[in-house]
Design a protein around this ligand. Structure first.
Ligand SMILES: Cc1cc2nc3c(=O)[nH]c(=O)nc-3n(C[C@H](O)[C@H](O)[C@H](O)COP(=O)(O)OP(=O)(O)OC[C@H]3O[C@@H](n4cnc5c(N)ncnc54)[C@H](O)[C@@H]3O)c2cc1C
Length: 470
């Protein structure tokens, strides 16, 4: 079919091209297959059009078109959603990748960032001023998705979640209006977008508070895994000052050049450490971790914060299933279960990732933002790679058993680590009154659920009288 006559539902591609300043990629364009690919492999959806929007006006046009024509709308920042929410089958993708404007106010310690930026792009640019915001552990993650879901990364204990550094946003809501949103203007919407994901509109840019993060003591520390070591690691991470945030991946050692060959495939703790503070104090804080066992790899060193994101292989598209949960404590018995369960699988990659929370995350009241898990102690992500549909079933069953074996009192879930897991799991991300409040705000700003290709919060059935302040 000729590109100008192909249609996204009832939308004509040629009209769309004429309407937008940005580029529209259709199925017969040479880079269509590249453009519809997301981070995770095994997601093979064919959108009718991919709109590489150039600015907020383009965003508003695409949103309005999708609403008027009843076309499924996918919104894409970095494309890292585990469920593949950044790509639609048959609908239109609003792809923000060309919107990478960044205005840094170094003196005022703030920055306005367009949402096509990745965590690494943002951090490299602000890092040149010795400033930064905490995103996640991977540089290619889009600031769009990670911010809207909360954001747990290398500065989480010192400076809180990514949303705790969010001062304002520009959001195109379902009616096609571009709205400035902050604590005074549309305060309810501002509350909702700090954890509620892409349910409320397309964020075109965010304003962040920047933190002084010139030099950190950080990098990778690989230790041999045992139940004792895992339990001791978590105990040290909990007792450490807020300056230290850790991400401990218990997994088979990958066959990377810097890992001695005799360890390849053996279970290790691949820990990513970040001490954001005085270098000497950082070295002192890290010493007991290094003393837990003879390190297999020790790349922890004073470094500019912006170097925390090494270059990535763009051709890497793993097929994986994952499960996220929170743990109240990781004692010897829990560590034992983790190590034994990981040993019981022969998947090429399987991992239990532990992140000790607390610090600044826990100082923010649970109802201050739509991320309600402020008192949760340890954020866990379990993941396993699979190879084909049959293998997926086997790996999923193993993962389910793993998650059940670990589950404790805290039944919450972190929305950014959810896959396509059903309504109950989305509810777990938004416990209690958070859910009702989000549904009321959703009704107010997106009553027809135009933004539904996400971890979806359906609009409340009736507009509660209390919802009048947003
Ligand atoms: C390798 C890897 C490492 C990760 N590490 C971390 C980590 O350390 N910490 C952490 O907190 N999370 C982490 N995540 C999870 C990550 O935060 C989420 O997957 C996040 O949603 C990805 O954002 P994205 O913009 O890249 O993805 P996308 O797939 O583009 O978007 C994710 C969701 O957000 C919506 N969305 C994106 N941008 C906008 C926008 N501007 N306006 C409205 N809606 C939007 C999309 O529609 C979609 O529903 C990781 C994910 C991966 C794959």
């Amino acid at each position: 079919m000729h590109a100008s006559r192909s249609r996204a539902g009832a939308i004509s591609i040629s009209d769309l091209r004429a309407d937008l300043s940005g580029r529209v990629i259709a199925p017969d364009d040479a880079d269509y297959d590249q453009a519809r690919m997301v981070f995770y492999g095994g997601i093979d959806r064919r959108p009718a059009a991919i709109a590489r929007v150039a600015d907020a006006t383009d965003v508003a046009r695409v949103v309005s078109l999708a609403r008027e024509k009843g076309v499924q709308l996918a919104v894409r920042s970095g494309g890292h959603s585990l469920a593949g929410h950044a790509v639609s089958d048959g609908g239109i993708v609003l792809d923000l990748a060309d919107m990478k404007g960044l205005d840094i106010e170094a003196d005022g310690r703030t920055a306005w960032a367009e949402t096509g930026l990745t965590a690494a792009e943002f951090s490299t640019a602000t890092g040149a001023h010795g400033l930064g915001v905490g995103f996640g552990d991977t540089g290619s993650v889009g600031i769009g998705g990670i911010t809207l879901g909360g954001g747990v990364g290398y500065l989480v204990r010192k400076h809180g979640l990514t949303v705790d550094s969010l001062l304002a946003a520009d959001v195109v809501t379902a009616d096609g209006q571009l709205r400035h949103v902050d604590a005074e203007t549309h305060p309810e919407l501002f509350w909702a977008i700090r954890g509620g994901g892409g349910n409320f509109g397309v964020a075109t840019r965010f304003q962040y508070r920047l933190h002084d993060v010139g030099t950190i003591v950080g990098g990778m520390l690989i230790l041999p895994a045992s139940a004792d070591l895992v339990a001791s690691f978590v105990a040290l991470a909990e007792a450490a000052p807020d300056e230290l945030s850790t991400i401990a991946n218990i997994m088979p050692a990958p066959p990377m050049p810097f890992v001695p060959a005799e360890h390849h495939g053996k279970l290790v703790v691949m820990a990513l450490m970040a001490y954001a503070g005085d270098t000497a104090a950082g070295e002192r804080t890290l010493a007991p971790f290094r003393a837990l066992a003879t390190p297999i790899v020790d790349m922890v060193r004073p470094m500019p914060y912006r170097e925390i994101y090494p270059p990535e292989d763009e051709a890497y598209h793993p097929t994986a299933v994952a499960h996220t949960l929170f743990l109240d404590s990781v004692g010897r018995d829990v560590a034992d279960k983790i190590v034994n369960h990981l040993e019981s699988s022969d998947a090429t990659m399987r991992v239990a990732q532990l992140r000790v929370l607390g610090g600044q995350v826990a100082r923010v009241p649970a109802d201050a933002t739509a991320f309600a898990h402020r008192k949760s102690r340890v954020l866990v992500s379990l993941a396993v790679f699979y190879d084909g549909a049959e293998d997926r079933v086997i790996r999923q069953a193993w993962l389910n058993r793993f998650a059940s074996a670990l589950r404790q009192e805290d039944l919450g879930a972190y929305v950014n680590f959810l896959g396509d897991e059903g309504d109950e799991r989305v509810r777990a991300a938004y416990p209690g009154s958070t859910w009702d409040r989000l549904r009321a705000i959703k009704r107010r700003y997106d009553s027809t659920n135009l933004f539904r290709l996400n971890q979806n919060i359906p609009p409340a059935a009736e507009d509660p009288a209390t919802e009048a302040t947003g």
